[in-house]
Write a protein that binds this ligand. Structure first.
Ligand SMILES: [Zn+2]
Length: 164
């Protein structure tokens, strides 16, 4: 038992996570309207080390949600958006306003309706790695002002571009 934990500690000394202490993340620490999508990062309610990269495509309203390790979100299937997509949409509306988000996604939102109720998408793959990398850079700029070193966090997510 103690030998196991020692081995684990040795392994954990290899720098595979950002050097800054992870603080408690906001529910949706990163959201953007970019690449023809509403996309962002949603923290897992239960595990601080796990985040979901969620996106909603403009026009098609395709839903995508996976973890930062490219595991598909278990809550997303078919036409039913998971709670991460709901959280993402809420945060986008809070930051950008309903009109702007609806215009960007080309959603008709009736009076008194929510953004999600106007969506008609199905599950659709989207590149999570790009969004996650931007999120890490965003974090790095927030927490490590003035650093001149290469962003080691980028090595944390080696599966760039290999999103299925
Ligand atoms: Zn999800």
């Amino acid at each position: 038992m103690s030998a196991d934990s020692t081995a684990w500690e040795r392994r954990s000394a290899v720098r595979v996570v950002p050097p800054a202490e992870p603080r408690k993340l906001a529910k949706v620490p990163f959201v953007e309207l970019a690449d023809g999508r509403l996309q962002g990062v949603v923290s897992s309610g239960s595990d601080i080390a796990r985040v979901y990269v969620s996106s909603i495509a403009a026009k098609t309203h395709g839903f995508s949600c996976s973890t930062n390790n490219n595991r598909p979100c278990g809550g997303l299937s078919g036409t039913y958006p998971c709670k991460h997509l709901h959280a993402l949409a809420d945060e986008a509306v809070r930051q950008y306003g309903l009109d702007r988000v609806a215009r960007y996604l080309k959603v008709e939102v009736g009076a008194g309706e929510s953004l999600m109720s106007g969506l008609n998408g199905t599950k659709e793959p989207a590149p999570a790695a790009v969004v996650f990398s931007r999120f890490l850079r965003h974090l790095a700029y927030l927490e490590l002002p003035g650093t001149a070193e290469p962003l080691v966090e980028m090595h944390w997510f080696p599966a760039t571009g290999a999103v299925g």
